[in-house]
Each structure stands twice: as structure tokens, then as C-alpha cells.
Design a protein around this ligand. Structure first.
Ligand SMILES: Nc1nc2c(c(=O)[nH]1)N[C@H]1C(S)=C(S)[C@@H](COP(=O)(O)OP(=O)(O)OC[C@H]3O[C@@H](n4cnc5c(=O)[nH]c(N)nc54)[C@H](O)[C@@H]3O)O[C@H]1N2
Ligand SMILES: Nc1nc2c(c(=O)[nH]1)N[C@H]1C(S)=C(S)[C@@H](COP(=O)(O)OP(=O)(O)OC[C@H]3O[C@@H](n4cnc5c(=O)[nH]c(N)nc54)[C@H](O)[C@@H]3O)O[C@H]1N2
Ligand SMILES: [Mo]
Length: 780
């Protein structure tokens, strides 16, 4: 199969009104600081929400305010004067923009034309305001009534085999909406509930559950106040969870060592100046964040952690021989864990040459990291996509947990494992039932409460839903937010399959590519965002979310909705459910969507351990925590212990060619400082010194020379694979960058056509977006 040589999106637009010539110049400022203040200013002005935006930002992440729609980082009980960051402010401005995209817009543009638009242009048109149905004759979206939309969607779904419909969720919708969405799918008859987590922290859900018996992290904000050492793997805090920088800054100022592993020197992990502190803005020096910075090779973390473990075992042997206090927590290991011997054997049996080659780090560097860890009493291991998005992403999660278990760093104050979640409620959606795995569902409770037999067949995750579209077994795709067609791998292969769907239904705030590529019958349904005031039967409703630390928060909308025809997400889900499902005497969709406190009662009845008294606890300052057995050293694993796992391979991308002089590089796809996933706010990445373009390839100078390329030259990247499919992206500009030789980096989602669908984590099926084997050649 040969796909066209791709330069997609066909063209790039700069921010309207000012065309910026692409330029590349290392950024010398800290994260935060005046650069951040300026950037917030710019987006408020650009989205024309200066006064409204400033007022709204004050309510961000505050008690009785709204939970930020950007990242999932924890919200403190005692918020800072302004509890928002540069990127949270961008997300807010982007959502409350007064720009609108309604029927007049679609009357002017056929979908075949909109397909040529960039991600930026599509979303920048503004908020969707009325329900739309694709009209085949004119190739346009035409207005339709909600009644008609629900009726046709319901009729189509009823006519299909329930196994052939998919209910995708991006991680932004509230706990209330997510509960209804999952219940609707199960009443309809399947567990086809893939979500964005399948491309993200599913390696965490699988790996941590096996290691310590909980699918989520064990740390709270209080642990960050008490910790005396932080190990930080593969997460770009400055761009993707900037409020965590406050916690890191406070720790760094207390002298807490922060040891970072990342192939790129991310500015937020180097230096930070708090833009909300007048003193710091007026000249106090920026805080140094990382005390050690190790530029590990992409896919090299397992080897790096194995190396650190090796030093720890050596230090422990010596301490024991000298009769000194032990370095390993031998009591913890004996009482609470299983599998230590096998792990220790693997560590002792692996040589330094192998470890250095696979990690790209020297023995001396790993010894330096281990020596600091060995002396600390309360250690937190933080990580992000740099660990999860690899072929052996689950192994990476096991490895960071092994490292913490060696010294008893789980289940005590100031210590623990801390995956930094992505979407603002992605963790919560799983907690209230969005999962394709029936064993994660309280099926007995569902039977008892709603008197039906929940489906027990495993549902489709994201990769499997794509496979189903390719083989034709998936016929309908309903999307609760997100931009599936841009976020998934192999976008060029998938788009034709997506067009063969019988039914595509998109519930969304803004226009994106997954809406303009569509099925035979296609609906685009506009919904309220979390910052909009949501009135049902004249009464303002509130919703709730779970943050990265397992803490639940209420959220109250602040601004008038974008138009009278826009419905709330719970109302849309209820509308589809009513039109699709047989009446059930135990379920009143209208009552639920008119009063969300009734949905919270249903959530509390289904998950009493976590959500008892939900409505009463909704506004507890700082939120309320879900119980986490691992925090109390109760291990809900098969062995009833915390498990060590020996790695199966040192390289987390074992199908990459091994030869160091190979022509194949490991491509890391990542986010800029000016995007939220597929939402592109602009074409600059301030921290990486890239201005005016996203079509870049960051390369080590030695690789540029070795491959006969030149800085600034245009190149083509093609995937190294043997499945007969040509995957290519041309028009990428080479930027010489401080990145380990053998690795290169570029932006998601522009490069997603290069990731084969099968190139995913073995155990979790998370696409291995951080290590794609590619060849680079000069543009012909
Ligand atoms: N402003 C903003 N905030 C966001 C998002 C956004 O797009 N914009 N997205 C949200 C979502 S859904 C998510 S999941 C999170 C994502 O937040 P992150 O987890 O930070 O995800 P990435 O930007 O993909 O970057 C991952 C980091 O891992 C590093 N890395 C790459 N490969 C490796 C490796 O093999 N080993 C190690 N140690 N490091 C590696 C990269 O250099 C980069 O610094 O952020 C959330 N927050
Ligand atoms: N190559 C590569 N691919 C990746 C990644 C990577 O690092 N590299 N990261 C992966 C990760 S971690 C993730 S989480 C996925 C993200 O995948 P998705 O979650 O599917 O994508 P988003 O870009 O977050 O979705 C943006 C769209 O959501 C809609 N939206 C925004 N707010 C709301 C709302 O309140 N309600 C509703 N109904 N709709 C709303 C808007 O229409 C907007 O266009 O991408 C994955 N893909
Ligand atoms: Mo994510």
C-alpha cells in the first residue's frame, strides 16, 4: 500500500494579522517570568476576552470557582492569590472567546474545503452554536433540531449490532457526564468505551495496578511539602502542568534535590520565575529546579533505573559488610513486597556496558543520581508521557515503582509515585466507569440499581477501535469531546476508514478535523464547556472532576453560554440515551439532566467507598480524596503484596535497530508551549526558541552531519517499518538541538501519520509516540 507523500496540514498559518517568519534561537529566560505574563496578555487580547477573561481567571481553581480545563494537576485548599498558570489562562481564553461558528459559516464552506484547513484555523473560528447534520448533496453541515438529531441517532444505533458502536471520551467531561456516558454504553450493550487515557496513562493504569494494586498515583500535595528528594522522569512541567512548578520551586528552595531524566533540556525543569510573585518578577534570581539533569536516550529509562538500582544494591552490600545502616529498606521489602530476589538477580546480572549503551548515560552519572537517592528519607517519583508512550511503557512504570520499593518509598508521608495525568478529568472518567474492561466495573451494583445485565464482553480500546474501523466491524463512532482522528496514530491510514463509518456523532465545543472528516450520517452537536454557566430548568448546575492526586473538586461555570441552542453535556447524553434505549423504570434521564445532584447521588450509590456523601462533600476546601489502599500499605494485587517486576528488555523499544551508527533515529513526538493536545494556540514554542512554525525536526548536530543534512534544510521523515506501508512527512525543517545523538523530536499531532497503528505498548496498547523509528533524508 502506498500513501501519498504527505505534507499535512497542507499549509501553516501564523496568528492572523501578523505573519511570522520561522526562526530558531535558544531561549535564555526561565519558565514563567515576564515571557509568561506577556503570553497570557497576548492570548486574552487575541481572543478578545480581556476584561471577561481577567475576571474569569480570578475564579480559576478556587473554592466555588471552576476547575481549570487545561491540565489535571492538584488544586490546593489554600489557593494562591491567582491560582492559574500561563497555559491554564490560554485554555480559558480559548474557551470563553466571543468568536462563534454557526450556520452562516458552514453555508460558506464545504467540508471538502475545510479538510484543507489547519488544526489552528479550524478551532480558531470560535465556539459551535447549533446542532448540525452533514448534507451529502451540498457537502455542508446544515442546522437541524435537537429532537431530529436525537431521533435519527437513536434510530441508527438501534438498527446496529451493539458491538459495532464505539463511545469515545476525551478526558475533559465532568464526573457527572462521564457516569451517564458509560452507563448509556452498557445499557446499549457494550463496553466499547475507549478514552484518551488509552493514548496516555493507560500504561500507568495497567502497570501501577500490577505493582501496587491501585491504578493511580499515591501522592498528595502535602507529600510535596514534606518530601526530601524528587526523581522526575519524562514530563514537561513548564508547558504541560505549570502549576506543579510552584510545588517544585518550593521544594527546590528548601534544598530538596530534584533529579531529572529527560532527553531534552526542558526549561521548566531548569529554571522558574513565578509570574505571580512581584518580588521574583522584579529581579530576584530565577529558581534552579533540577539539581541533576540526565539527558537519557528516548526509551532508555528502564536501563537508567536498572543502573541506579545496581548502585543501590552495591551500596547496600557495602553497608551490610561494614555493619552500617542498610541502604535498602529490608524490613519493608520482607514484609510488603514480592519478587525482590528475581529483580535483584536481574540487576546484578546486567553489566554496565549494556546499561550505559541502552540508557545513553554514564555509570558515573547514574551513580551520582543513586547516591542522592540513597541518602533521602522521603522520595517522590514523578513521571509523564516520557515513560508511558513506549513499546514497553508498562515496564517503565514497573521500573519506577521498583526503584521506589527498594527503599520503601510507597505508603509513607512525603513519598510515593506520582504520574502526572493529562486531561483535567481523565483520571475521574475512569473512576466512574469509562473503561473497556468489564472487570473494572461494579457490575453487581449496576444490576442492583438499574435492573439490567451489564455486558461482560471486553470492549474496544483506542487501538482496537481503529482496527475495527479498518476491518469494517466498527460502524458507529460517538465522541464525547476530543479530536480522535488527529490524536491517534497512522492518521493517513485511518482517515479513509473513518469515512466508511455509517454514523459519526461529535459532541464538541470547537470545530476540528475529526468533524470535517465524517461518516455517511454525521452529526456535530455543540456543548457547553466547564467555564460556561449551565442552567437547567432555570437553576445553575455545578459539576465535579478528579485531579492527578485522586482528589475530587466541585466546579461552577462563570460565563454566559455561547448561544441559546447550545446544550450541556449531560443533557446531550441524556437525549441520545432516551432516543436509543428502551425505557427503564429505574432510570429517569430527564431528572438526571435537570438536576445534577441526582447524578451525584447515583455515583455515590454505585461507588459508595469513594463517593459516599458526594453532594455534601463537593465543596470541601481542597476537595476530598478517594481512598487509596497503597497509601496505607494495603496492596490490592494478586499476591496481596507490592510486586517487583524484572524487566524483559533494557531498551523499551526493542524493535529499534541496535547498531549505534544506524540510519534510523528514534523520533519523539511532543507538545509545544503553545498547544493543548491537538488544539494549537499558536506557532511559537517559546521555551524551545522556535518561532512561527511547527514543522520542525530537532536533531543532534552530530546526526545532522553524519546523515549529510544541514541546519535549516528541509527534510522528509519516513517510518522504518516492514509492513508494506509507506509513511512519510515532508517539509520538516532541521533545527540543531541539544538532544542525545540517535534521537530526534518533532510535534504532535503533525507527525502522527508516522506512527504505525501496531507500534504501541504491548500490555496497555498506548501508542509508542516517544520512540518512532524514522529515517531522515534531504528534500528532493
Ligand atoms: N499546556 C498543555 N498542557 C497539557 C497538555 C498540552 O498539550 N498542553 N496535554 C495534557 C495531556 S493530555 C497530557 S497526557 C500531559 C502531557 O504532558 P507530558 O507528560 O509532559 O507530555 P509530552 O509533552 O508529550 O512530553 C513528555 C516529556 O517526556 C520527554 N521524553 C520523551 N521521550 C522520553 C523518554 O524516553 N524518557 C524520558 N525520561 N523522557 C522522555 C520529552 O522530552 C518531554 O519533556 O499534559 C497535559 N497538559
Ligand atoms: N504523536 C502523539 N500522539 C498523541 C500524543 C503524543 O504525545 N504524541 N498524546 C496522546 C494523549 S496523551 C492524548 S490525551 C490524546 C488527546 O486526544 P483527545 O483528547 O481526543 O484530543 P484533544 O486535542 O484534547 O481534543 C480537543 C477537542 O476537544 C473538544 N473539546 C474541548 N473542550 C471540550 C468540552 O468541554 N467538551 C467537549 N465535548 N468537547 C470539548 C474540542 O472540540 C477540541 O477540538 O492524544 C494522544 N496522541
Ligand atoms: Mo493525555
Amino acid at each position: 500500500m502506498h500513501l501519498p507523500r504527505a505534507l499535512w496540514p497542507g499549509r501553516e498559518l501564523s496568528m492572523p494579522g501578523k505573519t511570522r517568519k520561522p526562526s530558531f534561537k535558544p531561549y535564555t529566560g526561565p519558565a514563567g517570568g515576564w515571557g509568561s505574563a506577556k503570553s497570557v496578555n497576548q492570548i486574552l487580547r487575541h481572543e478578545r476576552v480581556y476584561i471577561e477573561g481577567a475576571k474569569t481567571l480570578i475564579e480559576q481553581n478556587r473554592p466555588k470557582g471552576f476547575a481549570c480545563v487545561s491540565c489535571a494537576w492538584a488544586k490546593p485548599a489554600k489557593p494562591h492569590a491567582l491560582e492559574f498558570c500561563e497555559n491554564g489562562a490560554k485554555a480559558t481564553a480559548w474557551e470563553i472567546t466571543p468568536k462563534r461558528v454557526g450556520a452562516e459559516f458552514f453555508a460558506q464552506h464545504r467540508l471538502s474545503e475545510l479538510e484543507q484547513w489547519s488544526d489552528y484555523e479550524l478551532e480558531a473560528q470560535g465556539r459551535l452554536t447549533e446542532p448540525l447534520r452533514w448534507d451529502a448533496g451540498s457537502d455542508r453541515y446544515l442546522p437541524v433540531s435537537w429532537e431530529q438529531a436525537f431521533a435519527e441517532i437513536g434510530a441508527e444505533l438501534r438498527a446496529l449490532d451493539p458491538q459495532s458502536a464505539v463511545f469515545y471520551a476525551s478526558g475533559r467531561a465532568s464526573l457527572e457526564t462521564a457516569y451517564l456516558w458509560a452507563l448509556m454504553a452498557r445499557l446499549y450493550g457494550n463496553n466499547n468505551l475507549p478514552d484518551s487515557s488509552n493514548m496516555c496513562h493507560e500504561s500507568t493504569s495497567v502497570g501501577l495496578a500490577q505493582s501496587i494494586g491501585v491504578p493511580v498515583g499515591t501522592c498528595t500535595l502535602e507529600d510535596f511539602n514534606q518530601t526530601d528528594c524528587i526523581l522526575f522522569f519524562g514530563q514537561n512541567v513548564g508547558s504541560n502542568s505549570p502549576r506543579l512548578l510552584h510545588d517544585l520551586q518550593q521544594a527546590a528552595r528548601r534544598g530538596v534535590p530534584i533529579i531529572t531524566f529527560n532527553p531534552l533540556k526542558e526549561r521548566g525543569l531548569e529554571r522558574f520565575r513565578n509570574p505571580q510573585s512581584p518580588l521574583q518578577m522584579l529581579g530576584a534570581p530565577a529558581t534552579r529546579i533540577s539539581s541533576q539533569y540526565h539527558a537519557v536516550k528516548a526509551g532508555g529509562d528502564t536501563a537508567a533505573i536498572l543502573g541506579i538500582s545496581k548502585v543501590l544494591l552495591d551500596l547496600d552490600d557495602r553497608a551490610r559488610a561494614a555493619g552500617e545502616p542498610r541502604v535498602l529498606d529490608v524490613d519493608f521489602i520482607a514484609t510488603h513486597t514480592q519478587g525482590f530476589e528475581a529483580y535483584a538477580d536481574c540487576v546484578r546480572g546486567t553489566g554496565w556496558n549494556e546499561i550505559e549503551a541502552a540508557s545513553g548515560l554514564s555509570r558515573a552519572a547514574l551513580t551520582e543520581a543513586a547516591s542522592v537517592y540513597a541518602k533521602a528519607d522521603k522520595v517522590i517519583g514523578v513521571y509523564g508521557m516520557g515513560l508511558t508512550q513506549h513499546r514497553l511503557g508498562v515496564q517503565n512504570v514497573h521500573m519506577i515503582t521498583n526503584l521506589l520499593l527498594l527503599r520503601g518509598m510507597i505508603g509513607k508521608p512525603g513519598a510515593g509515585v506520582c504520574p502526572v495525568r493529562g486531561h483535567s478529568n481523565v483520571q475521574g472518567q475512569r473512576t466512574v466507569g469509562i473503561t473497556e474492561k468489564p472487570e473494572m466495573v461494579p457490575n453487581d451494583k449496576l444490576r442492583e440499581l438499574y435492573g439490567f445485565e451489564p455486558p461482560m464482553r471486553k470492549g474496544l480500546n483506542t487501538v482496537e477501535a481503529c482496527e475495527g474501523m479498518l476491518d469494517g466491524s466498527v460502524r458507529a463512532f460517538l465522541s464525547l469531546g476530543g479530536n480522535f482522528m488527529r490524536a491517534i496514530p497512522d492518521t493517513q491510514v485511518m482517515e479513509p476508514a473513518w469515512r466508511r463509518l455509517r454514523l459519526s456523532v461529535q459532541i464538541a465545543t470547537k470545530l476540528n478535523r475529526s468533524h470535517v472528516i465524517h461518516g455517511e450520517i454525521a452529526y456535530l452537536l455543540p456543548c457547553l464547556g466547564r467555564i460556561d454557566i449551565d442552567r437547567q430548568s432555570g437553576v445553575e448546575q455545578v459539576v465535579s472532576v478528579e485531579d492527578s492526586t485522586g482528589c475530587m473538586h466541585g466546579s461552577r461555570g462563570q460565563v454566559e453560554p455561547p448561544g441559546p441552542l447550545v446544550k450541556s453535556e449531560p443533557a446531550i447524553v441524556a437525549g441520545i440515551a432516551q432516543a436509543t434505549l428502551a425505557a427503564n423504570p429505574n432510570i429517569d434521564w430527564v431528572a438526571w439532566s435537570s438536576d445534577y445532584s441526582k447524578i451525584r447521588d447515583a455515583i455515590a450509590a454505585t461507588y459508595p467507598e469513594i463517593f459516599h456523601g458526594f453532594n455534601d462533600r463537593l465543596w470541601e476546601p481542597g476537595g476530598f480524596h478517594r481512598p487509596l489502599p497503597a497509601r496505607e500499605r494495603r496492596w490490592k494485587t494478586d499476591s496481596q503484596k507490592a510486586n517487583f517486576f524484572a524487566p524483559q528488555s533494557l531498551d523499551t523499544d526493542p524493535d529499534m535497530p541496535l547498531d549505534a551508527r544506524t540510519q534510523v533515529l528514534r523520533l519523539i513526538t511532543l507538545r509545544s508551549n503553545d498547544q493543548f493536545n491537538t488544539t494549537v494556540y499558536g506557532y511559537d514554542d517559546r521555551f524551545r526558541g522556535i518561532v512561527g512554525t511547527r514543522m520542525v525536526l530537532l536533531m543532534n548536530i552530530a546526526d545532522i552531519e553524519r546523515l549529510g543534512l544541514a541546519t535549516g534544510a528541509l527534510v522528509t521523515a519516513s517510518t522504518w517499518a516492514h509492513d508494506g506501508i509507506t509513511r512519510e512527512i515532508c517539509g520538516l525543517r532541521v533545527v540543531a538541538y541539544d538532544i542525545p545523538s540517535g534521537c530526534c523530536a518533532g510535534y504532535y499531532p503533525e507527525l502522527n501519520a508516522l506512527i504505525p497503528l501496531w507500534h504501541h505498548a504491548q500490555a496497555s496498547k498506548v501508542p509508542a509516540a516517544k520512540s518512532i523509528p524514522v529515517r531522515i533524508r534531504a528534500a528532493s
